[in-house]
Design a protein. Structure first.
Length: 197
């Protein structure tokens, strides 16, 4: 490993966010187009109300990566990943994958069996990240259109696909058939819908 990577490894801290991280999260997202920006107030709430299901990556007291998530209110076995952001200077180290692995290993998310997120069709980095995690976790993956460009965004935003990965690692194992059926039912998919491999 080169010196730059050693330095990165030695100084990196993964932790749950604090309310005081909200402003800095807002600035990180604003500097990371094409991510959707939220108000500072929204980011403060993410760091306060959803701290237990989110993760901040910090070096020398500065946030260099962040994942915001929450347990779905009517489905506490499902962890929704709202946004993933990594400072441009620290990309290429697998930080997003490390943050997600850290998050699903915490006691605050141990009851979650499934992970869901939404991704636009052209967001290759996010598709690659979650497809890689599904492979690493030996999990099933399914997708379906969730929010539609015309119907939900008045043609102002691309379609958002709901991606579901299940089961999360180190959870009680069920048969593949049961997990497959569970994924299909959770998305309301008809038997004719295609699945990601």
């Amino acid at each position: 490993m080169n010196t730059r990577n050693d330095l990165f490894e030695d100084k990196l801290e993964l932790r749950h966010p604090r309310a005081t991280d909200g402003f800095h999260l807002n600035q990180l997202v604003a500097a990371s187009p094409p991510l959707d920006t939220n108000s500072v107030y929204c980011n403060l709430l993410q760091c306060q109300h959803f701290a237990d299901t989110s993760v901040a990556a910090v070096i020398d007291g500065k946030i260099i990566g962040f994942i915001s998530g929450y347990l779905v209110p009517n489905d506490p076995e499902t962890l929704f990943i709202w946004q993933v952001v990594v400072d441009a200077k620290f990309r290429g180290h697998g930080l997003a994958k490390r943050m997600l692995n850290w998050l699903v290993a915490q006691s605050t998310t141990e009851n979650a069996r499934h992970l869901i997120t939404t991704i636009t069709p052209d967001n290759g980095a996010s598709w690659k990240l979650f497809e890689g995690l599904a492979r690493d976790w030996q999990a099933l993956m399914a997708k379906d259109v969730f929010f539609e460009r015309e119907r939900h965004f008045a043609n102002q935003h691309d379609d958002e696909y709901l991606l579901r990965v299940s089961p999360l690692p180190n959870r009680p194992q069920e048969s593949l058939a049961h997990s497959y059926s569970d994924l299909r039912n959770s998305l309301g998919l008809s038997p004719s819908r295609r699945w990601l491999d």
